[in-house]
Design a protein around this ligand. Sequence first.
Ligand code: SAM
Ligand code: SF4
Length: 467
Amino acid sequence: MNQITVISPDTAEKADVASNTRKVFIKTYGCQMNVYDSNRMGDALASEGYVTTEEMGEADLILLNTCHIREKAADKVYSALGRLRDMKRTRAEHGRELMIGVTGCVAQAEGEEILRRAPAVDVVVGPQTYHRLPQALARARQGERVVETDYAVEDKFEHLPKVDKAKARSRGVTSFLTVQEGCDKFCTFCVVPYTRGSEVSRPVSQIIDEAMRLVDSGVREITLLGQNVNAWRGESPKGGEWGLGELLYRLAEIPGLARLRYTTSHPRDMDDCLIEAHRDLRALMPYLHLPVQAGSDRILKAMNRRHTGAEYLRLIERIRNARADIAMSGDFIVGFPGETDQDFEDTLKIVEDVKYASAYSFKYSTRPGTPGAELGSQVDEAVKTERLERLQALLLRQQQEFAEGCVGKTIDLLLEKPGRMPGQLIGRSPWLQSVNVDAKESQIGDIIQVRIIGTGPNSLFAERAGA
Ligand code: SAM
Ligand code: SF4
């Protein structure tokens, strides 16, 4: 993530006002859904004459698209806003405007409080209302400080401009596509049901239309996104209801769309059709992010996950029976209130049983307003730290073992972008690993066959198959 730095008067002068084009810098925190939202905000502002810039010093508008999932994520936003206040003051001294907006889940959760704590902020816009960003900015330019966090009654996606093909092309050959937002599961540690609201699925036609635009602009791989993506439901074009499995079968028919992925899924929503899609669809990559969070049934119950450890393991067995080479990924929380040493051992045990190809793990972070925050028996910070270290050591070992197991295999590689060395490109394996290979820049977007010849700390090395 870019560090936000105070821009000196010199730099501010250099970002001259010769051009009338307004520039927006969007800083994205958190998950892939925020990455998608930032792109869509960029599209919405483009129709108001803004161009996006990667240089904060050039920007007339800075948006912080925020994450509220853990306490540290929100703290980062407030310290960034402190630095932006200084930048805005420096700009004002040089007669140049700088507008500042906070969007995303911190905006939704904190609303007016942001205006109170951060006087430099002009607009606060929640994740369900960012299609109203241009109007909010227009009002702010009249001197109003705007908070737009009501859940929109209208469909945000209907009001956003369609994905801009030229922009999509410039963003690369892989793309996110949000199909579902919000969550009705109410895990007791999680703020998502409060910040993103209840589950809403985008209609089939909207999704297919957006996927086709992306493919037309050169995208080869689409990752469907949702806080709980496999809870997606839609009306089939022939009547009746579709789940995510049926949607994937339909998307796989789009000519030119070579690869499909989806994230993040809840174990309770892995239905038969979705598992069959993993068996049948060549385009559906053999990688599944399926968080379990903890291994102890007592803790899973306290978390309101609505499944046991044994049920999760049985589910994975069914998925592996459908697609033997599937790489499993997950999320874990250590130190949920009341977690004992034995509960934590159960988490290590479930990790040993599953054998993850990759995973994310976190210390439990108390989120005000969630039921977890009301529980007694909060776990000591030092205990959380020790448990996290043990868990991460195990997960890292499994990730390395998975990577080493790939050495010698010939695989399909989607070439995505230039590598660090001249003449090298970085691509993605079917299992979402970064792979370095010698290839020409003109091949970006191609899927080539390579043989894996080695592993690095975060990537693999390959040579052209047959070389
Ligand atoms: N919907 C997904 C699921 O059911 O697993 C998770 C989405 S959540 C945005 C991403 C991850 O953040 C969670 O899987 C969880 O591991 C982590 N997380 C959420 N709330 C947390 C908290 N209060 N403390 C620590 N980690 C948390
Ligand atoms: Fe949060 Fe995921 Fe649980 Fe929903 S299912 S409450 S998004 S952790």
